[in-house]
Design a protein. Structure first.
Length: 237
């Protein structure tokens, strides 16, 4: 997978050589910081779960903003034609770009590390539960980034890619909120599809292989879909 590594380095450099990564990471940290201080001072208790429970809403915006340019910009600028003529397989292009976005997200998430440390300094902290919660955030971010990459593959417009990705991520986020309105016969299906169901277990400190598999399945399906779209658009041209 040398090709994927080359694409990863190229796109990671592209993120940090332009304001994109810095703006998105700064916005992520500011919003997360607001949620953290709100949960800390308004609730009047040191609790990392309240902060972690608010992060999915941030990811609904963060993931589309980070991925909207990855493939849409390549199509718009005509550089995708150059990529596909290089000795690179489509799957290597997709994996390299995905890992670049995931790397930026991992950096942003790592920079929230002082939050649990602060909570631990103010009161007792269940580190197992905190780490499980962070695993949940990482998995959800990975899933949303894969959705964003797929959205970026189908259009030449970054704006369209952002909108499509936002609504797909927001839809998965919203499913858990509308369960009371769902007909009883459909509740098990909607509950399984909702990210809330699987994320809630992780922030409680319960690491269930079914929840991990749920997020990894979204990643695998979206990356496979992105490869399929690239192949279709390449041959379509």
């Amino acid at each position: 997978m040398n090709g994927a590594w080359a694409v990863f380095r190229r796109d990671t450099a592209g993120f940090f050589n332009q304001p994109v990564a810095y703006v998105v990471i700064t916005a992520f940290l500011l919003i997360c910081g607001w949620f953290f201080t709100s949960s800390l001072f308004l609730a009047g208790q040191a609790d990392i779960r309240s902060f972690l429970a608010s992060v999915p809403l941030v990811l609904v915006f963060f993931a589309p903003a980070l991925t909207m340019r990855l493939l849409a910009e390549e199509w718009r600028n005509g550089t995708m034609e150059l990529l596909v003529t290089l000795p690179l397989r489509d799957v290597e292009v997709v994996i390299g770009k995905y890992l670049a976005a995931l790397g930026v997200f991992a950096v942003a998430l790592a920079l929230t590390g002082p939050y649990p440390v602060t909570v631990a300094a103010l009161g007792p902290l269940d580190w197992g539960q905190a780490l499980s919660g962070y695993l949940g955030v990482l998995l959800m971010g990975a899933a949303f980034l894969a959705i964003g990459l797929l959205a970026s593959a189908v259009t030449n417009s970054q704006v369209v890619a952002f909108i499509v990705s936002f609504f797909l991520c927001f839809g998965l986020f919203l499913l858990g909120k509308v369960l009371p309105l769902v007909p009883p016969a459909l509740v098990p299906v909607v509950e399984f599809l909702a990210v809330d169901t699987h994320f809630a277990n992780l922030i409680k400190g319960v690491v269930d292989s079914r929840d991990v598999l749920y997020f990894l399945s979204i990643v695998a399906a979206c990356l496979a879909g992105t490869v399929h779209v690239l192949q279709g658009r390449k041959w379509g041209r």
